[in-house]
Design a protein around this ligand. Structure first.
Ligand code: ZN
Length: 498
């Protein structure tokens, strides 16, 4: 092996150890840590984070990366590690240290200011902070951007490398043009789908047992993973042999935990299947936010809400809750879990309306960054767009513009990844259906051929190959939103017999 690379890996090992410690603390905070631990633990996490930061910009690291940048004897994986570390370093160096520190301090306060503003439905108390965040984000994007790149494109690039407004505008235009009218046809038919059978009292311990079975059923490996409880479901991981997911069980909403566990399992299986050569390196995670989301959405929606999936599984759910479900047919159950209803809250949205929530945020972010929209006008614009696209109007900002944490964290340009994830999933699923008999596999009750296919095509590459390249390798074409629109149109036309 290249000796310089070997030395680099000693630094990487230290960085990975620090990162794993931070991840474990965060996991613990969300799951088991006692309430009073928060402040003191935060100090330790702060100390670990600065050690991590020092390691990434250390003088020796710089030297090594400079020397390895154009090395020709590196494997594809090694070259990807060097590229990623170099990019981190370059991005970091472009931002003046005092501005970086100022922004970090602002970030440390801004989420709690947002949380309070949301709780008290008081946008005005959050607006000045958000203004500062927008200013910082614009300035940082200005430092990072390549020649000729717009500020918002530089922000998008942080989350989905190579994706631009020029690619996203036609995607969201297509959604607006096709899905908004489709939704208008769906809504009047909703009275015929009564979900009250899923709103009875379902014992949460029994729900958990069923979800545990379900996670394993879709491919989550309990020898390398943990399922715990938290307020909001999430996935985190230390490496490909320790991936953790959480769920939250609602007594009166049976399907909530079921689909969040399938969703998080989709994320987790991705992490578990990353090649050994890549795990515990800076490219040991998923290709991008959107690609990660594609794997959870594919499992949750395309697989998990299909009739073929439930044919072997529904009898087991009935067995767990015979008094509740003995009178409910599989066909009716499928309609209920696919019911599409416009609502105000993105995280509770169904498959059909979800991307419209994202579209609203995308339109707002673009205008906010190019200066055509001011922070103080956000609530009014938000409400208008909800009425226009979803036909619902928030009563307050708590259920409106204050609902998401992202902007308070400085994550501007992140939302489109959620929508892209769904579209990537449809594009990948289209190819999968041509290469293997998905329905037959689902009916067989053994999903291994599906997870193996995903491992082979997507998971094993971790972040070594970028999303754009992966998509091209798998599907033979660039990002194409058409598959997603076709998928939604076909599915909801069938379910709602339009
Ligand atoms: Zn997700």
């Amino acid at each position: 092996m290249n000796q310089k690379y070997e030395e680099l890996m000693q630094h990487v090992e230290k960085m990975e150890a620090l990162k794993a410690a931070i991840v474990l603390f965060n996991w613990d905070t969300e799951t088991l840590a006692p309430p009073q631990a928060t402040d003191l633990t935060a100090r330790m996490v702060g100390s670990l984070s600065s050690q991590y930061f020092e390691e990434t910009v250390s003088a020796r690291m710089r030297e090594l990366l400079g020397e390895l940048k154009d090395a020709e004897d590196l494997t594809e994986a090694q070259a990807a590690v060097v590229r990623k570390l170099n990019k981190n370093l370059e991005d970091m160096e472009k931002i003046p240290p005092e501005e970086y520190r100022e922004f970090s301090e602002l970030q440390a306060r801004s989420t709690s200011i947002w949380a309070k503003a949301k709780q008290q439905d008081d946008f005005e108390s959050f607006a000045p902070v958000l203004k500062k965040i927008v200013d910082f984000s614009k300035r940082f994007a200005g430092y990072r951007r390549k020649e000729g790149q717009s500020l918002y494109d530089a922000m998008l690039d942080e989350y989905e490398e190579g994706f631009t407004k020029e690619m996203l505008d036609p995607f969201f235009a297509l959604l607006k043009e096709q899905i908004v009218p489709l939704l208008k046809k769906v809504v009047p038919k909703n009275d015929a789908i009564d979900v009250s059978p899923l709103r009875q009292s379902y014992d949460t311990a029994k729900q958990e047992a069923f979800c545990r079975f379900l996670a394993g059923y879709v491919g989550f490996d309990f020898a390398r993973g943990v399922l715990a409880e938290s307020e909001h479901p999430f996935t985190t991981g230390l490496h490909n042999r320790d991936v953790r997911i959480t769920s939250h069980y609602y007594e009166n909403v049976l399907e909530s935990a079921i689909f969040s566990v399938i969703h998080e399992s989709g994320h987790a299986i991705y992490e578990m299947n990353v090649d050994d050569e890549l795990t515990q390196t800076p490219v040991g995670g998923g290709a991008s936010c959107g690609m990660h989301e594609s794997q959870s959405r594919l499992m949750e929606n395309m697989i998990g809400r299909s009739l073929a999936f439930w044919e072997p599984v529904y009898p087991k759910l009935r067995e767990a809750f015979p008094e509740h479900l003995s009178g409910l047919s599989l066909a009716d159950f499928i309609k209920m879990i696919n019911k599409a209803e416009p609502g105000l809250i993105r995280t509770e949205a169904d498959e059909l309306t979800y991307c419209l929530h994202v579209m609203i945020r995308y339109e707002i972010e673009k205008d906010l960054i190019d200066g055509s929209l001011q922070v103080e006008d956000l609530p009014a614009v938000w409400n208008e767009k909800y009425e226009q696209y979803l036909g619902v109007k928030p009563e307050n900002d708590k259920e409106g513009v204050l609902q998401d944490i992202h902007w308070s964290q400085g994550s501007i340009g992140y939302f489109p990844s959620y929508a892209l994830g769904n579209a990537f999933a449809a594009q990948i699923y289209h190819v999968m259906e041509q290469e293997i008999d998905v329905d037959k596999i689902l009916r067989s009750g053994d999903l291994t051929p599906i997870t193996n296919w995903l491992k082979e095509k997507v998971h094993r590459f971790g972040e070594m190959r970028k999303t754009k390249q992966l998509l091209r390798d798998i599907t033979g074409e660039d990002f194409n939103p058409r598959y997603y629109i076709d998928y939604l149109t076909k599915k909801f036309t069938e379910i709602y017999e339009l």
